[in-house]
Write a protein that binds this ligand. Structure first.
Ligand code: G3I
Length: 360
């Protein structure tokens, strides 16, 4: 019937619980990272429609898979995700245009010692970014233009990626100027992890300050925030937010998740064969971990809410059925998100959605 066909999509999951996007409507966007094939099915679909005001593509907006060859682009999966988001009134964060992973060999084809090689690589990067940003112009509100530029250690502030090796530190300038030229309105971000660690932050700020001095059009900084229970406090992250505010920049929390294992390679099951997936844990250890996780989520959302510079907070995933932490850094089941594997709200959800439900 025509009337039914025109009816808005209604989320089926948990109609009685608050919608995160409404709870934080005047505070920041609530984002979740997902890929199109996950977004269209429960539990992710219903959670996104009800709770999310921002979507990031986990994989499908990276150079691999978009840049099939120098002049061949594959936008199908990314367009499907953008269509899903737009159809449900959800904004899209773009991730990512230039990274040392998921880059493609064709960017670097040629003889590095030949004259003009560097100019060719530069032109390929500029063309790729202009084409991709133009394709999504008006549909994406922010781009992680360069992802993970800072080194984890060593004397050089810059990560020793192929981009840095071929183009020097200017690869960041080139990427941001190309993105700006293709879309004067989209917000442009430098995104990295570990900015809560003073050493890593110092390297990142060296890069950032150099770029700001040179007039590189950086609007904000993305803080990934892949955390483990008991590992990081809001007091350690606060200086990272404040440092960007002091430079007049926006802060986005771009990849938040909190592993239930204090040790990154931890697991509750350690049979001789290694860690095995356990989909619905219900042990004392598990309950204690979920409570600690909820307390961390609550405390971190308090921190974000106290900083007006934070305009978007994204979890790296939707529900515990799909998380990169199931396979990284070891294979085991993890439970790092706000919703369980069936899509039901966890203690962590209540810690951020309703302060009266916070664990005692
Ligand atoms: O799609 C192929 C599939 O066809 C193939 O059979 C399978 C075999 O390995 O691989 C699949 O691709 C994988 C892809 O995820 C899609 O699931 C890649 O191998 C795998 O490397 C890729 O991992 C992603 C990783 O970035 C590298 O791009 C993770 O899902 C994604 O969560 C992770 O996200 C990163 C952020 O972009 C940056 N910050 C860290 C974060 C976590 O590592």
């Amino acid at each position: 019937m025509a009337a039914a066909a025109l009816a808005p999509v209604v989320a089926r999951a948990d109609t009685g619980i608050p919608a995160l996007k409404d709870v934080y409507r005047n505070t920041f966007r609530i984002g979740m990272a997902v890929d199109p094939w996950v977004a269209v099915a429960p539990p992710a679909r219903d959670i996104l429609i009800k709770h999310a005001s921002s979507i990031t593509a986990c994989e499908v907006m990276k150079p691999d898979p978009i840049g099939v060859a120098a002049d061949i682009y594959s936008f199908g999966d990314a367009d499907a995700l953008v269509d899903f988001a737009q159809g449900n009134g959800i904004a899209v964060r773009g991730h990512t245009l230039c990274w040392h992973k998921r880059e493609l060999d064709w960017f670097f084809n040629g003889d590095p010692s030949a004259p003009g090689y560097k100019a060719k690589v530069r032109a390929r990067l500029e063309t790729y970014i202009v084409n991709v940003v133009s394709h999504f112009r008006g549909k994406v509100y922010a781009w992680d233009v360069v992802n993970e530029p800072a080194a984890d250690d060593g004397a050089d502030a810059y990560r020793g990626s192929r981009w840095r090796q071929v183009l020097g530190p200017d690869y960041i300038d080139i990427a941001f100027h190309a993105a700006r030229s293709a879309d004067p309105h989209v917000q442009l971000f430098l995104n990295d992890y570990g900015l809560e660690k003073p050493d890593k932050r110092a390297r990142f700020l060296t890069i950032l300050d150099e770029k700001l001095r040179r007039g590189v059009p950086i609007d904000g900084v993305g803080h990934q925030l892949h955390l483990n229970i008991g590992s990081t406090t809001p007091a350690q992250v606060e200086p990272a937010l404040a440092a960007m505010e002091a430079r007049g920049l926006i802060n986005h929390i771009t990849e938040l998740d909190i592993s239930v294992y204090g040790d990154p390679a931890g697991c509750w099951d350690t049979p001789p064969s290694g860690c095995q997936p356990e989909m619905q844990p219900d042990t004392e250890t598990c309950r204690a971990a979920l409570k600690a996780q909820a307390e961390m989520y609550g405390a971190f959302f308090d921190l974000f809410a106290a900083h007006e510079s934070v305009t978007s907070v994204t979890t790296w995933g939707v529900a515990d059925d799909q998380t990169w932490l199931d396979v990284y850094p070891i294979q085991r089941k993890n439970y790092p998100l706000l919703f369980d594997a069936l899509g039901k709200p966890k203690p962590a959800f209540w810690a951020v959605a309703d302060r009266t439900h916070r664990p005692e």
